[in-house]
Design a protein around this ligand. Structure first.
Ligand SMILES: *Cc1c(COP(=O)(O)O)cnc(C)c1O
Length: 477
């Protein structure tokens, strides 16, 4: 009985070329598509649900079926009018780099197996460490599946280094605007509710330093062990950066681990304006950034940086007998010693190839453009009688709502109106624009990190919103 998965060289080529053509076609025509795609479970079941087939189907036929049914039923998150939640602009070089990494199936766990893969992760980590003014010699980090995994990896490390084995009295602090992945990570780590302090933010959605100080003092009086604070460098909701230098001072005084979640805003360091907003970021013990967001990488790639690489190896290194032969020397890093995964895909390749191909300069220009675009949108809205800014443009995020001067709508009416505007826009499929809640108000939110998004794209989206708003108000009369 013979069983193998091989295609002939000619078959591989024609199949592969076809897929490359499809991807290039998609990239080239992305703006003419509709970004939003939604479907119910029932509809999807109708298309896809079947038993695993015993017999195969010709490859091209399966591919055609996928192109007809899978791709059109997925939101185009790289679309210029995808404004939510955090878009994924991606880039073509990295897309192909991912294909190479997968095509050669490179194991990116240990030095001995793939020295070049490990070296590229070291090199790209050095680029990132330098970008954030972390010590390049002593510092370190690794690529993860995303920001959630980077935050989890950071908090495991923080707990190991600050608490050792006994974390029964440990207390961790974060703000009510911190990303949900942090709470998820804290729960995964087995902390009890009583060990988590979610602190309220001020009117600008920043952590209140006073409340943090008070909470720490109170916990010390109770005999508890404050051990970690999680700050946000760009909250997902509003792009707000916590007062990083003030927090760093407190963490130093109180001997707390200072983790910064920069999964959303970290990449803003590439622009002058962003770098100013992120002042103090270099004082973190650990920093999450998320290249598959604003570093324009395709999914999945997150990243954790730490001040001292030995913190990671002290936390994650296990030396089972079957890995005996691949233990290298100190400088030859086995990235499985730095985090949770043993077998790891070669994420560094896309980061490396895209920065080498485009140059950092292109990334800097793109990030600056994104921040400027949001500022321009804010200016436009400030001049309008219909729109009210709820949270000003901050690191390319802006929150606003439809609330025309002179209509004197009640709060609950404004909430409903804006909810409906979002629903109508989503129904039309013309733009991916959803609401969030700020200060108990329903607001619309735009995250403008796609360098392909033009001011005209945004203007036309607002025209659409205006017409839906008028239609909704008209019906209520
Ligand atoms: C997106 C995000 C995360 C989670 O990152 P994933 O890559 O989605 O896992 C964490 N924190 C912040 C601030 C984010 O914006």
């Amino acid at each position: 009985m013979s069983a193998h998965f091989d295609l002939s060289k000619e078959e591989m080529k024609s199949y592969g070329y076809k897929i490359v053509d499809l991807i290039a076609e998609h990239w080239d025509s992305i703006g003419s598509k509709k970004p939003v795609m939604r479907a119910t479970r029932k509809e999807m079941d109708k298309v896809f649900l079947q038993e695993a087939p015993e017999q195969g189907t010709p490859a091209e036929e399966v591919l055609d079926f996928v192109m007809e049914n899978v791709m059109p039923n997925s939101t185009v998150i790289s679309h210029p009018k995808a404004y939510s939640f955090v878009p994924g602009p991606s880039n073509f070089i990295s897309t192909m780099a991912d294909s190479l990494a997968t095509g050669f199936n490179i194991f990116s766990g240990g030095w001995m197996v793939s020295p070049a893969a490990a070296e590229l992760e070291i090199v790209t980590m050095n680029w990132l460490l330098k970008m954030y003014n972390f010590p390049v010699e002593k510092g370190g980090g690794l690529f993860t599946s995303g920001g959630s995994m980077a935050n989890l990896t950071a908090l495991v490390t923080a707990r190991r280094i600050k608490c050792g084995d006994d974390f029964s009295k440990a207390v961790i602090y974060l703000s009510d605007q911190a990303h949900s992945s942090n709470i998820k990570a804290i729960r995964v780590l087995g902390f009890k509710k009583e060990q988590i302090r979610v602190l309220p933010t001020d009117l600008e959605f920043r952590i209140s330093i006073n409340k943090l100080k008070n909470a720490i003092a109170k916990d010390r009086l109770e005999g508890l062990q404050p051990f970690c604070f999680i700050a946000s460098a760009g909250t997902t909701n509003t792009g707000t950066v916590d007062p990083l230098n003030d927090i760093a001072d407190i963490c130093e005084e109180e001997d707390l681990w200072f983790h910064i979640d920069g999964a959303y805003g970290g990449a803003a360091i590439l622009s002058d304006k962003g770098a100013k907003a992120l002042r103090g970021i270099e004082r973190a013990d650990s920093l999450t950034v998320d290249p598959h967001k604003w570093f324009y990488q395709p999914y999945e790639i997150g990243c954790l940086l730490v001040k001292d690489a030995s913190w990671l190896s002290n936390t994650f290194s296990e030396t089972p007998e079957y890995l005996r032969d691949i233990e290298g020397n100190e400088s030859e890093i086995n990235f499985y010693d730095y985090g949770v995964q043993l077998t790891r895909r070669f994420r560094a390749l896309k980061f490396y190839m895209s920065i080498k191909t485009y140059g950092l300069d292109t990334f800097k220009k793109a990030v600056s453009y994104n921040i400027q675009l949001a500022d321009d949108v804010e200016k436009m809205l400030r001049k309008s009688r219909n729109w009210e800014i709820i949270s000003p443009a901050t690191l390319a995020v802006i929150n606003f709502r439809y609330n025309p001067i002179g209509l004197n709508l009640e709060e609950h009416e404004i909430d409903k109106l804006n909810q409906k505007i979002s629903e109508k826009v989503m129904e039309s499929g013309e733009a991916f624009l959803v609401t969030t809640i700020l200060n108990k108000q329903v607001v619309l939110r735009m995250c403008l990190i796609n360098p392909k998004t033009t001011f005209d794209d945004v203007k036309s989206t607002f025209l659409l919103c205006n017409s839906y708003a008028e239609e909704i108000l008209e019906k209520q009369k």
